[in-house]
Write a protein that binds this ligand. Structure first.
Ligand SMILES: NC(=O)C1=CN([C@@H]2O[C@H](COP(=O)(O)OP(=O)(O)OC[C@H]3O[C@@H](n4cnc5c(N)ncnc54)[C@H](OP(=O)(O)O)[C@@H]3O)[C@@H](O)[C@H]2O)C=CC1
Ligand SMILES: O=C(O)CCC(=O)C(=O)O
Length: 488
């Protein structure tokens, strides 16, 4: 099963140098599949370390902007190639650090390579538009300008893809960055930053600092030299990010939770719907903001669908994500493990019926990790906590709907609006769904998770702040438009 990955202490990367925190203290990162195994150490940094990182990014921003979009893109191509060369080691580190299975980790790392290449290509695309002026002798155009120093705060559930889909567009459009990754997955993030280092970015353009969110993350969002902040994580922290950014008048972007529904209509192909619900709900142990957590089924097919779903879920193999044949890994941390168990308890107390799973797994291999079996609740009512709150674990709530209208109404009845999906063969039903659903990602006959790097990504309501990430949409956040009017 093991292992090309060396256990070492990773430093902060500030002004193109790997440096220790002034505390000389480190934080250990453990394997959720085997909590006695240490994956690596990262720096337990201070506000003063953070200040050096932001100062470095601030000093670098003019030269980086002046280098030009095309040359910046070339450096991203180099970083992509280096990440690709290191794909196996980085993917294995990810599996060991946050538990997702190795095939998923490899897929995510390959996605990181593709994202880098996509934004590298932006280096050769347009920076603005020419707009006709009402003055026939004038030239009027828009020009995109970078924002300056961008703070990037990322979660542990996609430790390669999310940092890259924020950092790559920030860089190509001319910003410098300070990346503060989630502590749970900071070793993996450090290995991604090593690829940027090897690509040869100028001093101070890419900075990386680890430490507790409440100290380093907080100091980053409050730093006076910060020009913008992009964040993915919990709503509670997101709210603080928004307040700090608004009080300084800087641009901010938040991607937070989801409570993503799948509607199974009476005319759905049930086998396809079952396959998609399982993949959407249980891959990555349900720890995706796009994960399926509510399955709203029209009453005519409810019992058939439930039976098929339970039978298919029983086949899921749970274990160490590095082992052959394992389909679902452990929860990423003890705290996630406990949260999932607390929701299982809450669901039962609320009167939902746990018809499968939801048990911590027992036995020698399982006792050393944070393993739980995939859970299905029957008879879930739309107002229960398990139908309203983001669990971020392998838990499905089945909800019965009288008809499509009732299903869409229940699907919309949460504060979130990230992703939503319908299984139907009726074109009228799918068109109604596309129009009426409150979600940033609308999926038909496909699972709720599944993000394509070239398309806009983000949600409605409490899931995001309205801006979109990835694809061309990233340009809107990471640049400011100057309208230029030129007259001879
Ligand atoms: N939308 C999504 O993809 C995600 C949603 N979540 C949701 O959030 C829940 C909790 O997960 P958790 O990891 O604790 O998420 P957090 O929101 O706490 O963490 C996300 C990032 O924010 C940092 N952070 C923490 N506190 C602060 C702060 N005061 N100021 C600035 N940055 C801060 C974290 O650092 P550090 O790791 O050092 O604390 C991490 O880098 C999950 O159960 C899930 O429901 C979580 C992750 C991703
Ligand atoms: O589903 C995906 O690929 C991305 C999901 C995501 O952004 C997240 O869970 O934070």
């Amino acid at each position: 099963m093991q292992t090309a990955v060396e256990t070492k202490t990773h430093k902060n990367f500030i002004n193109n140098e790997w440096v220790e925190s002034e505390t000389k203290e480190t934080i250990k990162s453990i394997n959720p599949a085997n909590k006695s195994e240490i994956v690596g150490y990262v720096q337990n940094s201070t506000k003063s370390d953070l200040d050096k990182a932001v100062q470095a990014a601030h000093q670098a921003k003019k030269t980086w902007r002046k280098m030009g979009q095309s040359a910046r893109g070339q450096l991203l191509f180099k970083a992509a190639n280096i990440l690709e060369e290191n794909l196996d080691v980085i993917a294995e580190t990810m599996t060991r650090e946050m538990g997702k299975t190795l095939p998923e980790a490899k897929g995510e790392t390959a996605r990181g390579v593709a994202i880098l290449r996509y934004y590298a290509g932006e280096g050769m695309r347009k920076e603005g538009d020419v707009i006709p002026s009402s003055d026939k002798d004038a030239l009027m155009l828009t020009k995109r300008s970078p924002l300056g120093v961008v703070g990037v705060i990322t979660p542990w559930n996609f430790p390669v893809a999310i940092p890259i889909w924020k950092v790559a567009p920030a860089l190509v459009y001319g910003n410098t960055v300070v990346l503060k990754p989630a502590s749970e997955a900071a070793v993996t993030a450090a290995k991604v930053v090593e690829c940027f280092e090897k690509a040869g970015f100028p001093d101070g353009v890419v900075n990386f600092i680890t430490g507790s969110g409440s100290v380093i993350g907080q100091a980053l969002i409050e730093h006076p030299l910060l020009n913008a902040i992009t964040f993915t994580g919990s709503e509670t922290v997101g709210e603080g990010v928004a307040k700090a950014a608004a009080s300084k008048g800087i641009k901010y972007q938040l991607e937070m939770g989801g409570k993503n529904p799948v509607i199974v209509a009476r005319d759905a192909e049930l086998d396809k719907a079952v396959e998609a619900v399982i993949s959407g709900a249980f891959r990555s142990t349900g720890q995706k903001c796009t994960a399926t957590s509510r399955v709203i089924v029209e009453s005519e097919v409810y019992e058939d669908f439930k039976e098929k779903l339970v039978e298919a879920t029983k086949k899921i193999t749970v274990g160490d994500g590095l082992a052959e044949g394992i389909w679902m890994g452990p929860c990423a941390s003890e705290s996630q493990f406990k949260t999932v168990q607390s929701y299982i308890k809450k669901g039962k107390e609320e009167g939902a019926v746990l018809i499968l799973g939801g048990e911590p797994l027992k036995g020698e291999e399982f006792d050393r990790g944070f393993y739980i079996s995939p859970a299905i609740f029957d008879d879930v009512k739309p107002d229960m906590a398990i139908a309203q709150e983001e669990i971020f674990g392998p838990v499905i709530g089945l909800i019965k709907a009288a008809n499509l209208e009732n299903a869409i109404e229940m699907a919309n009845n949460t504060k979130y609006g990230l992703s939503a999906s319908i299984f139907t063969s009726n074109i009228g039903a799918l068109l109604e769904f596309v129009d009426e659903i409150d979600a940033g990602l609308v999926r038909v006959n496909a699972e709720s998770a599944g993000v394509e790097l070239q398309a806009p990504f983000g949600g409605m309501k409490a899931s995001s702040t309205g801006s979109r990430e990835q694809g061309e949409a990233a340009k809107e956040f990471f640049t400011a438009i100057k309208t230029v009017f030129i007259k001879a």
